[in-house]
Design a protein around this ligand. Sequence first.
Ligand code: HEC
Length: 207
Amino acid sequence: MNRMPVIVVGIFLTFLSSWIGLVAYPYLNLGRFTPVTDPDSGEVFPPPMSGLAVAGQRVYAASGCVYCHSQQVRQVGYGSDLERGWGSRPTVARDFMRENPVFLGTMRTGPDLANIGARQPSAMWQHQHLYQPSVVSPGSIMPSYRYLYRLQKIEGQRSANAIDLLPPDAAPDGYEVVPTHEAEALVAYLLSLNRNYPLPEAPESSQ
Ligand code: HEC
């Protein structure tokens, strides 16, 4: 008996079912999010990202931050993220609609960064931390991202964007540490990470 048609149809159905499960169903569920406008304030959530923050996302990807940091706040019952102060509500799929790629992450060698812009809104703190994490976080095991900064001679006045550092991390006399464009972009991205806004499917008090 010729079983060829049965085998061909079987193979087709196997691929069809995985395409429905892995492509079509997730696309229908998650692929058509639109931002939500707050009727009172007119604000749009999630807010659009600035061009500098989008550039910073590339630096985040290239620097391997995702190997040690997640960006997802889990629900109560799945972890103690909310008790740790990592967000005012669990993150939901719509939070990531403007991100490409999405850095959900799988490792938490360091804290979750889904809302780091709300937790550490100071650009100077972020620069000091990236330049040498132990400057602001004594005993930190996070690697230094010193190569994103430049040591330059002070010409006349100290630059407005020079990083404040104390010995032993301070620049030698007559020199200053200034961020490169990559460092400025990365910090703009980190400061944009603030998902403490309400969404219909995730009001701020939801847990
Ligand atoms: C080898 C693992 C590792 C890598 C890679 C790493 N980090 Fe970290 N990070 C940590 C650890 C551990 C901490 C906690 C100690 C500290 O605050 O420095 C931390 C803390 C932080 C904090 C402060 C979080 C808070 O809640 O105070 C920020 C911001 C941060 N990292 C950003 C980054 C960025 C941006 C990159 C990529 C350029 C990066 N990290 C790469 C391990 C890492």
